[in-house]
Design a protein around this ligand. Structure first.
Ligand code: GTP
Ligand code: MG
Length: 244
């Protein structure tokens, strides 16, 4: 999809929303990692907008920034989409672009994604986690594992219990999700990670209060870009429907 020629966003400094002097006391930084075509971008878009576009520019590295309320505490949530990683031919290591390393270094928590219909993408997860560990050698690494495309039941190559087993061996929770069909499990996975990262960061607000994560408005610059792309897609769909 044409994104107006903006190319790869990853290395472009994104203005913080809200500005640093505003009320948010904490920044929760999450990177979404996984093999090619597993639905990383679709999951982020689903989480932030509750929608599924269906066609995403491959390998973009956009950073999305939202102000959120988490357990009653206002935090700034930043989600980094990343280009795909690939297993090397000998399957012993990863081909990881430098910008992925920067994202891993930058983030405090990780959404690891594979497709339940793609065994190779599943096999990428453990080396990817080990790579994260090498970059953050000490301490707890908050992760959640998403087996995406759960709507493709007949194409399943990875049983649910294998996903759950892998997640527990990495110390994270497992979610089967379909960015295409369902918002709930996508939301649950991101929320779980947000909570874990937020707790790991500690907080200005010592006392925990009840409440979910509420996505706040107005939007960051990247959300404006996302809205523009929605309008583009919708208008092209209307046009093609009209042409029938
Ligand atoms: P790269 O950026 O190229 O690494 O891909 P990605 O991991 O960001 O995947 P992306 O979100 O671009 O989705 C890849 C393809 O899978 C697109 O055609 C999506 O429409 C499709 N897709 C994403 N999520 C789902 C899903 O839950 N179910 C199904 N059936 N298709 C999905
Ligand atoms: Mg993508």
């Amino acid at each position: 999809m044409n994104n107006g020629g903006s190319g790869n966003f990853l290395l472009v400094p994104i203005p913080e929303y809200p500005p640093p002097d505003a009320a948010a006391s904490k920044t929760v930084k999450i990177a979404v990692l996984g093999a090619s075509n597993v639905g990383k971008t679709a999951l982020i878009v689903r989480f932030l907008t509750k929608r599924f576009i269906g066609d995403y520019e491959a390998n973009t590295g956009a950073l999305y920034s939202r102000k959120v309320t988490l357990d009653g505490e206002e935090v700034s949530l930043q989600i980094q989409d990343t280009p795909c990683v690939a297993l090397q031919d000998d399957a012993e290591g990863l081909n990881c672009q430098e910008q992925i390393n920067r994202s891993i270094y930058w983030a405090d928590g990780y959404v690891l994604v594979f497709s339940i219909a793609d065994q190779r993408s599943y096999r990428t997860v453990r080396p990817l986690y080990q790579h994260v560990r090498r970059i953050h050698p000490s301490g707890n690494i908050p992760v959640v594992l998403i087996g995406n495309k759960s709507d493709l039941l007949r194409a399943r190559q990875v049983p649910a219990d294998e996903g759950a087993h892998l997640a527990s061996s990495l110390g994270g929770a497992y979610f089967e999700a379909s960015a295409r069909e369902n918002h709930q499990s996508v939301r649950a996975a991101f929320l779980q990670l947000c909570h874990e990262v937020s707790r790991a960061l500690g907080g200005a607000n010592g006392e925990k209060r009840r409440g979910g994560l509420h996505l706040a408005r107005p939007k960051s610059p990247n959300m404006q870009e996302l809205k523009r792309r929605f309008r583009q897609v919708l208008s092209s769909k209307v046009k093609s429907a009209g042409a029938l």
